[in-house]
Every structure is written in C-alpha cells, then in structure tokens.
Write a protein that binds this ligand. Structure first.
Ligand SMILES: CC(C)CCC[C@@H](C)CCC[C@@H](C)CCC[C@@H](C)CCOC[C@@H](COP(=O)(O)O[C@@H]1[C@H](O)[C@H](OP(=O)(O)O)[C@@H](O)[C@H](O)[C@H]1O)OCC[C@H](C)CCC[C@H](C)CCC[C@H](C)CCCC(C)C
Ligand SMILES: Nc1ccn([C@@H]2O[C@H](COP(=O)(O)O)[C@@H](O)[C@H]2O)c(=O)n1
Ligand SMILES: [Mg+2]
Ligand SMILES: [Mg+2]
Length: 189
C-alpha cells in the first residue's frame, strides 16, 4: 500500500543518498548497514527498550528504502543486490519479532503467528513473481505498513508493543489471502 508513495518520497531519498553516491558507497554496503541497524533495534526490543528500538528500527527501515535509491541513481542495480535486499529484510523482520518475544513484550505464540503471516506475505510475492505473475506488491500489510504499525505502538510504550504485534499479525494474514487471490487471478491456467 505505502509503496504507492514511493514516487512522492523519491526526491527526499535521492537527496539523502547523493552524498553517499559521491563518496562511492555501494548499494550492498547500505543494505548491510541497514540490516545491522535493524538488528540493533531487535536487540533493544529484547532489552525491553521499545521506544528506542522503534527509533532505531525506523532509521534501519529508512535505510532499506535508501539502498535501492542509491543503486538506481548510480546505475549499480544488481540481481544479487535485489536478492540481498529482500533476504536481509526477512532476517530483520524475524529478528524484531524474536526480540519482542524474547523480551516478553508479547505472547510468544501469537508473535509466532505474526512471524508466519509476515513471512508468508513476502514468500507468496517471491513465488508468484517467479511463476510469472508480474509484481505482486498487493495487500494491506506489506513490509512498510507492518514496520510502521509496529513502530507506532512501540513508541507508545512497552505495554502497547503486543497490540502492535497482534494487529500486524491480523493484517499480515489478511494480506496472505489477498496475495493468494491475486496470484490465482494472474496465474490460473
Ligand atoms: C539515513 C537515515 C538516518 C534517514 C532517517 C530518515 C527517517 C527518520 C525518516 C523516514 C522517512 C521514510 C523513508 C521512512 C520509511 C518508512 C519505512 C517503514 C519504509 C520501509 O521501506 C520498506 C520498503 C519495502 O522494502 P523493499 O522494497 O526494500 O523490499 C521488499 C520487501 O521486503 C517485500 O516484502 P513484502 O512483500 O512487502 O512483505 C519483498 O516482497 C520484496 O522482495 C522486497 O524487495 O518500502 C519502501 C516503500 C516506500 C519508500 C515507503 C514509503 C514511506 C512512507 C511514505 C513513510 C511515511 C512517513 C512515515 C510516517 C515515517 C515517519 C518519519 C518521521 C521521522 C516520524
Ligand atoms: N543492495 C541493493 C539494494 C537494492 N537494489 C535494487 O533496488 C531494489 C529495491 O529497491 P528499494 O527502493 O525497495 O530498496 C532491488 O530490487 C534492486 O533492484 C540493488 O540493486 N542492490
Ligand atoms: Mg531496500
Ligand atoms: Mg528491502
């Protein structure tokens, strides 16, 4: 859903990456730094510091939107970079939910169901696109939405994190079925 605003923020993202491009920073370096920062956010959830975790996660997630911008701006897009970007997103998504569960900020069983839903959303897109569906960036809880909801509830305090996890879980599972339907529509023989 928020992907539609990509064009609106493109100018801002390009302004941020311009000095990085001049400095010769590679997209994969940005992707790696983004993961490290997101993992720090996950660790802060484990330490039961959800407000700080949310801010760190926002920066880590924002950097996730920067790596592709840098790649396109410098003509350095690569197939491995696309693979790395998506793979690191899964590691980050999983680490954040793991940190929340380990930090007892939400019920681990419900957190696992949210984890399943989030991974399925991303897997469906990958598998359908491989089968020739075309870009399957559909549904109400793509990655940007999941992250923003989790961050918003985390900024409200430790006792609200669980509601963020559970709401993301419900929306992610709705998205699972939205993408299943979209894939059926596009791939049915
Ligand atoms: C360098 C930093 C210090 C700069 C810090 C600046 C920040 C403080 C300001 C943030 C501004 C804004 C850029 C924040 C972004 C929000 C963040 C949640 C965006 C996350 O982007 C994720 C990205 C999707 O990932 P990507 O395409 O790289 O990967 C795909 C994804 O993994 C797919 O998974 P799924 O299918 O969706 O589950 C995989 O399937 C794909 O394979 C994979 O490629 O999305 C980018 C979309 C847009 C760029 C996001 C639009 C942003 C909104 C307009 C943000 C609205 C503003 C917010 C309220 C932020 C508030 C900021 C303020 C400071 C409080
Ligand atoms: N290290 C990277 C990271 C990304 N890309 C390219 O950008 C696309 C993702 O763009 P976002 O704005 O969503 O981050 C990705 O599919 C690649 O085409 C890259 O080449 N190298
Ligand atoms: Mg990215
Ligand atoms: Mg990404």
């Amino acid at each position: 859903m928020l992907n539609r605003y990509r064009e609106n923020v493109k100018g801002y993202l390009e302004a941020i990456v311009k000095p990085l491009a001049k400095a010769g920073v590679t997209p994969n370096t940005i992707t790696f730094i983004g993961l490290l920062i997101s993992l720090l956010g996950a660790y802060l959830f484990y330490l039961q510091r959800p407000r700080l975790a949310a801010v760190i996660l926002l920066i880590g997630s924002a950097i996730d939107a920067l790596d592709g911008t840098l790649a396109r701006m410098t003509g350095k897009t690569s197939r491995f970079g696309a693979f790395l970007d998506s793979t690191f997103d899964r590691i980050s998504d999983g680490a954040v939910l793991f940190g929340i569960a380990l930090g007892n900020l939400a019920d681990w069983r419900l957190t696992f169901l949210t984890f399943m839903g989030a991974y399925l959303v991303s897997y469906e897109r990958c598998r359908a696109e491989l089968a020739g569906s075309g870009t399957l960036a559909v549904g109400i809880a793509e990655r940007a939405e999941r992250l923003l909801i989790l961050m918003a509830f985390s900024l409200a305090g430790a006792e609200y994190v669980k509601w963020g996890v559970y709401i993301v879980g419900v929306l992610a599972w709705i998205t699972v079925f939205q993408r299943m339907w979209a894939a059926y529509q596009r791939l049915k023989e």
